[in-house]
Design a protein around this ligand. Sequence first.
Ligand code: ADP
Ligand code: MG
Length: 278
Amino acid sequence: MIPEITEEVAEPQGSATRPLLEVDGATLQYKTKEHLVTATYRIDFKVYTGDRFILLGPTGCGKSTMLKGIAGFMLPDEGTIRLNDGVITGPGPNRMMVFQEFDQLFPWKTVKQNVMFPMLASSRFSRKDAEKQAIRFIEKVNLSKFTDVYPHMLSGGMKQRVAIARALAMEADVLLMDEPFAALDALTRLAMQEELLQLWDDLRFTVLFVTHSIEEAIIIGNRILVMSPHPGQVKAELNVHQFDHDNQGGEEFKKLHDKIHNMLFADRILEEEAAPHA
Ligand code: ADP
Ligand code: MG
């Protein structure tokens, strides 16, 4: 029996606060006539307002599936997912998603029209307010010069900034980000991580951020949920001090990195140790 590494984390200090998002024993499965795939198994976590909450784990451990559950595209087969005390039963404009793919923008709409789209589609904003809000958030992601251009004119990083502006402009309860920087080159990725943190400093939104990169998890997150390989289960939940790229080479960063690395790979090491040598 492989010992579980789990760590209890104190809930936010002095809080009578209730969690904004509460995932309680959530098992999420894909069912076809022939197959049943259990993607996440009895996952528990709580996200509080203003958290930069990370789901970290290897490819296939169910991170995207967990986000789909929170977005309301899939319902749990076991357990519940609550937002603001209400059980999630389907998609809604109080949760906005940013994906990894650069093609998440409408190619036939300009940057401004893309950012305005969910505000108009959800009828949460009048046309005038949606336009004002779009201009404000396009400025926040430093794309004011590109307000009226079409996505094919933009680099991958710029497209991701449009997707972020579009999601933030909705002022949803929680921003769901599924490896949004994973397809970017290394330097752009670092710049985007910093920009996201600056936006958070400015706006204090709540974000649930999926990554398979330990470095990215430590840079972005204030809390990290470490998940096991398929089917995804919770291995540990950690609080993180604020790090940025300047102290990434530091001793404390390295210690935390190694600790998480060991958690992620503990099973593999134990399996290798248990396997008979050839
Ligand atoms: P991650 O995002 O952590 O890489 P996913 O949530 O995409 O993982 O996938 C978790 C598991 O669910 C994997 O085993 C994957 O093959 C399976 N899976 C994902 N999408 C589907 C689907 N549409 N139908 C069947 N199985 C799926
Ligand atoms: Mg994924």
